[in-house]
Design a protein around this ligand. Structure first.
Ligand code: PLP
Length: 277
């Protein structure tokens, strides 16, 4: 596929960066993942806002404006002839020799983006099993950082046990997954952890909260415990690439009746109806 790299468009085999890039040396960078339906980015402004927020929090001056990102996206969509796609974009602090923790003030960011084909989920949702694990990550999970070793170790641990994803907790309070947010339903109320620095504020999460409000479902953004998770009527995960996936089991415990529950089903239907067409 075609890669946008620092102002150029190059075939992926020719897209090269320095071994002294701080992304490579320190995972010193941030990224975004934007779903595109029918050639239209979904929640583009929200993604641009989160991108600006991540850049601001790590002290990288935004190298491109939202309009410039939109032009890059349009160019990639045209060249790749894709209707549905996932835009991956990454900005690192830049490249400098020799390796030094302190970047020089005039360092130029490395900017990269490309599209991957995307098949929006259709049909009956299949409940998955997740595994409860301790959240061993750092305390700035609100930054969409490319430093994902914690997330990857937890993902590997969960999949080694046959689960889809970890569901993470800190001292018994649920945070999120390795690459998704979680919701539970109890007595008709939809509950998800607050968007503080312990989780990434998913755009899918934000959209689901709005869809729930539209459907007159009671919503609470509040911490919940592992005990509340096990006692929930329904549980589901959200992410841009997976949308909404019902959780039927946490470890060996069945959640609700283990099937896709009515609130989850309503939200999936509303989500699919809200995709750009
Ligand atoms: N939490 C983490 C740690 C993630 O990496 C992601 C994204 O994949 C999410 C939550 C969900 O965010 P979004 O709905 O914007 O994809």
């Amino acid at each position: 596929s075609l890669i946008y790299l620092n102002g150029d468009y190059v075939p992926h085999e020719q897209a090269k960066i320095s071994v002294f890039d701080r992304g490579f040396l320190f995972a010193d960078g941030i990224y975004e993942v934007v779903p595109i339906y029918n050639r239209q980015p979904f929640m583009f402004d929200g993604h641009m806002q989160r991108l600006q927020n991540s850049l601001h929090e790590v002290g990288i001056t935004p190298p491109l404006s939202s309009n410039e990102w939109r032009s890059i996206l349009t160019h990639l969509l045209t060249e790749e002839a894709l209707d549905h796609a996932i835009l991956y974009l990454q900005i690192t602090r830049g490249s400098e020799f020799p390796r030094n923790h302190s970047p020089s003030p005039d360092i130029q960011p490395t900017v990269m983006a490309y599209l991957v084909p995307f098949t929006p989920p259709v049909g009956e949702p299949t409940p998955v099993r997740v595994e409860l694990l301790e959240d061993i990550r750092w305390l700035r999970c609100d930054i969409k950082s490319i430093s994902l070793l914690g997330n990857i170790l937890l993902k590997l641990q969960s999949t080694a046990g046959g689960a889809q994803e970890p569901i993470l907790h800190r001292a018994g309070r649920i945070t999120e997954g390795a690459s998704c947010n979680y919701f539970i339903v109890k007595d008709g109320v939809l509950i998800t952890p607050p968007a503080d620095s312990l989780i990434l504020a998913g755009l899918t999460r934000q959209h689901v909260l709005k869809l729930a409000a539209d459907a007159h479902i009671k919503v609470r953004e509040a911490a919940f415990s592992t005990a509340e998770l096990y006692a929930a009527d329904e549980c589901f995960m959200t992410s841009a690439t997976r949308e909404i996936i019902p959780v039927g089991q946490v470890g060996q415990e069945v959640i609700g009746n283990g099937q896709c529950g009515p609130v989850t089903r309503t939200l999936i239907e509303r989500f699919r109806a809200s995709r750009p067409r």
